[in-house]
Design a protein around this ligand. Structure first.
Ligand code: GAF
Length: 382
């Protein structure tokens, strides 16, 4: 990828670029908890976004996307990011850096990547983090990683219209080889936990669907959680977010909230607890318990939080029924993307066979299987 990017850059812009990389992420467990300041357990994959960049001495950013085979340029003096275009992510990051006082000057940029489309591995966060890392390095801004993460999240809120949490850019920036990040989304700090899976392997199954309601439904779930917090604050005066509640509070929470809101709150409260249990199980090498928590997470996301879809439910349920699979669940925001599966390494082929034709028969689609290798977070490659 680096040599393809460098060659493309040279043929478009006639100079040699600095190259930065930011990976996509998986999430072991802890879904729809980050925007309630809860706990998540992501890790970074080897696939990601590469950005080549060089100064051009102009007041313009000139861009080329390898994947879209498209050029785009904009003036750095008048940045107006528009939703729905890949260049929005570059404009968004530049606008936010400039607002923070960084004097972003003219640059040329080539963007390439190998994150499977629609897989839910968070290519947009990887893109923003790669752009931030590249610009910071090119102009020697030395922007702290955490600020690049915050710009990335804000860019998604302001210019893509998704009120996402911090997990995706945080993981992309801070990922560590062979480790998952036990991330506290209140303090925005993490602990690295080694992912030792013995005879087992993590495998993603891509549904190859992304239902159109995904972004609006995501924002609605977030609003539902915020509404619950407001109602609950009358009885829990110290409550800031749902993260502040424990399993032992569930009975009282059920009495205070309408059923719809209760089920959403119940998911967040129980999922935060599952994250801690999963981290403990993983550290103790208790993979059976870890797998059961993945299954419980799927059930809760599907039945209580209602962010699954028929394709995800089908794949998770089929996988859970296999005796060489310890756990399976939908991963990420939902309504499409991938399931995450803990599969016995010697049975990976049998796993693919068991899912492929039933899925094809049910949905007229061939699922895509992606082996997870946990790689390092964002960095400048030279
Ligand atoms: C998406 C969001 F971007 C994350 O912040 C997180 O909420 C996730 O969905 C669900 O856990 O990836």
């Amino acid at each position: 990828m680096i040599s393809q990017l460098t060659q493309t850059f040279q043929s478009y812009f006639g100079s040699t670029p600095l190259v930065a990389f930011a990976p996509g992420r998986i999430n072991l467990i802890g879904e729809h908890t980050d925007y309630q300041e809860g706990f998540v357990f992501p890790a970074t994959v080897k696939q990601g976004i590469w950005v080549g960049i060089q100064k051009n001495g102009l007041t313009q950013a000139r861009l080329y996307s390898i994947d879209f085979d498209q050029e785009f340029s904009f003036s750095l003096d008048f940045i107006s990011p528009k939703n729905g275009h890949w260049a929005t992510y570059v404009m968004g990051m530049c606008a936010l850096m400039k607002q923070s006082g960084y004097e972003v000057q003219g640059f040329d940029m080539v963007i390439g990547g190998n994150i499977p489309v629609g897989s839910g591995l968070s290519s947009s966060a990887a893109l923003s983090v790669a752009i931030g890392t590249a610009i910071s390095s090119l102009f020697d801004f030395q922007i702290p990683k955490k600020n690049i993460v915050l710009y990335s999240q804000k860019s998604e809120h302001l210019y893509a219209g998704v009120k996402c949490g911090i997990m995706d850019p945080y993981a992309s920036a801070f990922g560590a080889e062979g480790k998952a990040l036990l991330l506290d989304c209140r303090s925005n700090s993490h602990e690295e936990i080694p992912v030792n899976l013995g005879e087992y392997t993590l495998m993603l199954v891509n549904t190859k669907v992304k239902h159109s309601l995904a972004d609006s439904a995501y924002n609605k779930r977030r609003e539902a959680c915020e509404e619950s917090v407001k109602i609950l604050q009358t009885e829990f005066p110290n409550l800031i977010t749902l993260r502040d509640l424990a399993i032992t509070d569930l009975e009282k929470v059920e009495q205070l909230l309408p059923k719809e809101l209760f089920l959403k709150a119940k998911h967040v409260i129980t999922e935060c607890s599952r994250v801690h249990e999963a981290a403990t199980a993983l550290q103790a090498g208790e993979l059976g318990s870890f797998g059961k928590l993945l299954n419980a997470s799927h059930f809760s996301l599907s039945q209580d939080f209602e962010v699954s879809c028929p394709e995800l439910d089908f794949l998770a349920e089929k996988a859970q029924a296999l005796d060489f699979v310890l756990g399976s669940r939908m991963m990420g925001g939902g309504f499409g993307g991938c399931t995450l599966n803990l599969v016995k390494t010697s049975e990976l082929e049998a796993f693919q066979t068991a899912l492929t034709s039933p899925y094809d028969q049910a949905f007229q689609k061939t699922p895509e299987f992606i082996l997870v290798e946990i790689g390092e977070g964002a960095r400048v490659l030279g």
